[in-house]
Structure formats: C-alpha cells, structure tokens
Design a protein around this ligand. Structure first.
Ligand SMILES: Nc1ncnc2c1ncn2[C@@H]1O[C@H](COP(=O)(O)OP(=O)(O)OP(=O)(O)O)[C@@H](O)[C@H]1O
Length: 236
C-alpha cells in the first residue's frame, strides 16, 4: 500500500509546522522519514493516522482519501506513537485483549497469542506493563499496532531511548513485521536507516528536502553516508 501526501499544510497558532508537503511512497517499502527535532515528522504521522484533522491538502492510503474514507483507511493503519502511551496497571495479555476488542476482531484469543509470539512477549505476557523494561514496553506498543494486521505501519521513533541491544532487537522485529507491509518510520539513528529503509524522505522546517530510494543514494550523493546527507540537507 502506498502513502500519498499532497500539499499538506498545518499550523499551530501562527507557526507553520508543515508547509505544503507532498510525497508518494512505494508499496511494501520501509520508508525512513527523517528530519531534525521540530521538523514536522510527528505532525505528519498524526495527520496520516487521523489524530490531527487535515487543515489544507490531502492524504491517501493506497489511493483512498483519508478524509473521505476515515474508517477503512484507519483500519489499514497500525500506529506506534512517539510516547508509546500504555496503561501501566494493565497486564500485557489484558491490554492486547482490550485492543483486540476495540478492533472487533473475531478470533481475538488466537490473535492475541499470535502477536505475543510475533513480538517475543511470551515470557512477559502475565506481567503488568509497569514491570516491563523499556524495550519490552516497545514490543507491547508494536504488538498493539499490528494486532489488526494493518497493511501500513506508522512508527514514530520506535527505538528512541533503548540500549544498543534493545535497539537491535526492535530493529530486527520491525524487519520481521514489515513483510507485506508499508512501514513509515521516523528515527534519528542514521545507521538504522541504512540497515532498514528502502526509501528515504528528509523533512526540515516543514518542507521536504529530498526523497529518494536507498539504491539510488550512491549515485545521488557519491561517497556520503546518511549522516552526511542529513547534515547537508538540514544544517542551515
Ligand atoms: N500541539 C502543538 N502545539 C503547538 N506547537 C506544536 C504542537 N505540536 C507540535 N508543535 C510544533 O510543530 C513543529 C513540528 O513538531 P513535530 O512534533 O511534528 O516535529 P518532529 O519532527 O516530530 O520533532 P521531534 O524529532 O522532536 O519529535 C515544532 O516546532 C513543534 O514545536
């Protein structure tokens, strides 16, 4: 499924967070959505997921406009917000059953066990969220995002704040979960982009600075690593 954003603009009071951005992603790619703090990444993601209403412009998921088809497009999206808000008093299994009920899933017991296995939460499933390490909380956030088997995953800085071992574990998990999905991922870890992403979009001050396929990177920016490209495009 592709993600299409056309002339999307969003202001908070007087400040323009997104200035008529447009892009169309490939299908079943992992897309790295990169930019400095405050560039507009989370705002774009919140608009795509329907959390923030569209002010100007439009967005489509696989050709379906999200304003004209709010329910069906939301059904096709799984979202892990930057803050990964979880009910800390709930048990892992309990929060997953709760989410499955919200999605009206027919075989929720079976599906909860499937996502527990997919995200490596077997040993933690009877623990309270508050008792989990940050890496395992991220796994719960990912399990919640994929429970309805969405074709698009929107992940806002999924590895931020994790130790190097947990970063590798979550990265591997994202790679495993991304089969037959379009994954739209923001991160500040450039090494992550080089390992994970087939497509890269760089945003700065609410404007798209570049959008390219990873395979074209060397032709476009000979000899430059992702970090060099990021600095070149976003350092005033
Ligand atoms: N609710 C809000 N009210 C006012 N301003 C906001 C709000 N949310 C975001 N902004 C502003 O909009 C701009 C874009 O913010 P956004 O969170 O989209 O950036 P980001 O690229 O996700 O940054 P980060 O990498 O720090 O998460 C920033 O200047 C931010 O301060």
């Amino acid at each position: 499924m592709s993600i299409e954003v056309r002339e999307l603009t969003k202001s908070y009071n007087q400040q323009k967070a997104l200035d008529a951005i447009s892009f169309t992603t490939g299908s079943n790619h992992i897309i790295g959505f990169l930019g400095p703090n405050g560039a507009g990444k989370s705002t774009t993601m919140k608009i795509l997921t329907g959390i923030i209403p569209i002010e100007q412009g439009s967005c489509s998921i696989n050709g379906l406009d999200i304003q004209e088809n709010p329910l069906s497009t939301k059904r096709s999206i799984g979202y892990l917000p930057e803050s990964n808000p979880l009910y800390s008093d709930m048990y892992v299994q309990e929060i997953l059953h709760f989410e499955a009920r919200l999605h009206n899933l027919p075989n929720s017991t079976q599906r909860v066990q499937e996502v527990i296995a997919m995200t490596g939460l077997q040993a933690e499933q009877h623990k309270r969220i508050a008792q989990l390490s940050k890496g395992f909380k991220q796994r719960v956030g990912l399990a919640l995002a994929i429970i309805h088997d969405p074709e698009v995953l929107i992940l806002d800085e999924p590895t931020t704040g994790l130790d190097p071992n947990q970063i590798i574990e979550i990265r591997t998990l994202i790679q495993q979960l991304s089969t037959n999905k379009t994954v739209f991922l923001s991160t500040h870890i450039m090494q992550e982009v080089e390992v994970l992403c087939q497509e890269i979009i760089i945003i700065h001050k609410g404007q798209i600075k570049d959008h390219f396929l990873s395979v074209d990177r060397e032709d476009k920016y000979p000899g430059l690593h992702m970090e060099d490209i990021f600095v070149k495009l976003t350092n005033p």
